[in-house]
Design a protein around this ligand. Structure first.
Ligand SMILES: Nc1ncnc2c1ncn2[C@@H]1O[C@H](COP(=O)(O)OP(=O)(O)OP(=O)(O)O)[C@@H](O)[C@H]1O
Length: 514
């Protein structure tokens, strides 16, 4: 080996050794530019910036930092460079060597969850919020399951960031601590770490604590995700606050309408006794149940999904009808599955059952995304269909008849938008009408009609207690309501063009037996 080769080998070894020592990818100061401010925190300012031609977030430390802040910064860099998870903000690198210019680069997110929740102009349905809560819980579960264990120590909604797809990721590891499984920690004489409003009582009181302190904070996070209210706005005195939370065990009020399973979860998370609080695996499972309940408010529908499809967000049409048919007693363990019956049984060819399933399929299935993907039923769409058509416990298989019977009405246009309904009614004579699913009220319908001067108006059919109500009159079905209220509503002629009618006609032409 030549002398030059030997020197090259030594140099490579040195580089590798240094890389090992440096740990996180070092970015030099002049590779980072900063633009607008994204947020301010106790460590410094977070900017939108650019690094190596990529948009990034840059946390720039305060120029004058004391030893403790500096060590927190180094710890944050060290921790972030060890954790990789889809629900933890992606660490890209840091500038650690230029004094007075300490920076951390992370992926650029859209904003923090607290700002979104507290902005009344932002629409965030409960299902979306519960999915966000699950994202955050998965991120913390990852930290707590690592070996050694990472405790975040500053969980709060402003440390949960949201991207363009509303995926939530945990950030800010400046106060995080590493510990062995089963080990308890205690803050030093310099006081408790974290943000007081979100701190567990044992941390506020300087007692021993462990990862269950994060669970307490997460209880408050869940409360804010559910209520979209500010946390403890009534307190401006720290000592009174500590007394209220620790001695009087004060917690924010959970609204009466909160689903029971979510209420129980929040209360367990913020229990004064850390041992009673669940682990994050339990929190994720409970949130999965909450998500199913939010998507499928019908009691039996939710049971069907939980028992057979668990946390799947979507299932194939074939699996869905097989489970559904067993659940409502159309098939059982001694009969072939419904998908086999529909495909192979000559008796079902042209039968009402076959047509019923065609009708159900026309409103419940999502089109395959690619040419080879199966048609699927989304959990949320199953919930909507049950909300529109009935109560699975009382109706059972009859729910299928209800769907078909409504589709047989020429005026029923189902899932069209307000503007599409107006397109269909434009230039039509007075009294022409159609009925469609409401786009804004869950389980409700809308009557769109042509009024006197040719103007088009829309009237909601509400669903109090599962009934169908317009003005002050309640009916058992939409069909009965349309017959009973036709005169009062000024509706007479069905608007043609429903896609369901052609489905029914086609079936009748090919031998459907009524
Ligand atoms: N990657 C990012 N993308 C977009 N915005 C971000 C990002 N990181 C932080 N921010 C914004 O900056 C705010 C402060 O960030 P961060 O919590 O990391 O700073 P901090 O100085 O540690 O704050 P504190 O100590 O007060 O919690 C966040 O709430 C968020 O609004």
């Amino acid at each position: 080996m030549s002398q030059q080769q030997t020197q090259q080998q030594i140099k490579r070894k040195e580089i590798l050794q240094n890389a090992d020592v440096l740990g996180p990818p070092e970015i030099s100061e002049n590779e980072i530019t900063t633009e607008s401010i994204l947020g301010d925190g106790s460590f410094g300012t977070v900017y939108k910036g650019r690094c190596r031609l990529k948009d990034v977030a840059v946390k720039v430390m305060l120029k004058q930092v004391d030893q403790k802040t500096l060590s927190d910064f180094r710890k944050e860099v060290a921790i972030m460079s060890k954790i990789f998870h889809p629900n933890i903000v992606l660490f890209l690198g840091a500038c650690t060597s230029t004094p007075g210019k300490l920076m951390i680069c992370t992926e650029l997110m859209k904003g923090n969850l607290e700002s979104l929740l507290l902005d009344p102009l932002v629409k965030l349905p409960l299902i979306t919020r519960m999915r966000m809560a699950k994202d955050a819980a998965l991120g913390v579960l990852w930290l707590h399951s690592s070996n050694p264990v990472f405790i975040h120590r500053d969980l709060k909604t402003s440390n949960l960031l949201v991207d363009a797809n509303l995926t939530v990721k945990v950030c800010d590891f400046g106060l995080s601590q590493i510990k062995q499984k089963g080990e308890n920690l205690k803050d030093g004489t310099d006081g408790a770490k974290g943000t007081p409003l979100w701190m567990a009582p044992e941390v506020l009181q300087g007692k021993l604590f462990n990862e269950k302190a994060d669970v307490y904070s997460f209880g408050l996070v869940l409360w804010q995700i559910y209520t979209r209210q500010e946390l403890f706005p009534e307190f401006d005195n720290f000592f009174k606050f500590v007394q209220a939370v620790c001695d009087q065990q004060l917690r924010p009020a959970i609204p009466d309408h909160c689903p029971k399973i979510l209420r129980d979860l929040i209360q367990k998370c913020w229990d004064p006794n850390p041992e009673v609080r669940p682990g994050f695996d339990g929190i994720v499972s409970a949130l999965e149940e909450v998500i199913i309940d939010c998507c499928i408010p019908d009691e039996y529908g939710s049971i069907l999904w939980k028992n057979h499809f668990k946390i799947e967000n979507e299932v194939s049409w074939k699996d869905f009808i097989n489970v559904f048919s067993n659940f409502v007693g159309l098939t059982n363990s001694n009969t072939p599955s419904m998908s086999d019956l529909l495909q192979f049984s000559p008796n079902l060819n042209g039968s009402t059952i076959e047509l019923n399933f065609k009708c159900l399929k026309s409103i419940i299935v999502s089109s395959p995304k690619g040419p080879h993907e199966e048609e699927v039923v989304l959990m949320e769409q199953f919930g909507k269909v049950l909300a529109w058509f009935g109560n699975l416990k009382e109706d059972g298989a009859q729910i299928l008849d209800k769907i078909r019977q409504l589709m047989e009405c020429a005026w029923f246009h189902g899932d069209i938008s307000t503007s599409e309904s107006e397109n269909r009614l434009r230039q039509k004579p007075e009294g022409t009408f159609l009925v469609r699913f409401s786009t804004s009220e869950y389980g409700a319908y809308t009557i769109s009609k042509v009024s006197k001067n040719g103007s088009i108006s829309h009237q909601r059919i509400h669903r109090p207690g599962g009934k169908f109500q317009v003005n002050n009159s309640k009916y058992l079905s939409v069909k009965e309501l349309i017959t009973g209220e036709a005169q009062a509503l000024g509706i007479s002629t069905p608007c043609l063009g429903s896609r369901f009618l052609s489905l029914i006609y086609k079936a009748q032409l090919s031998g459907y037996i009524n």
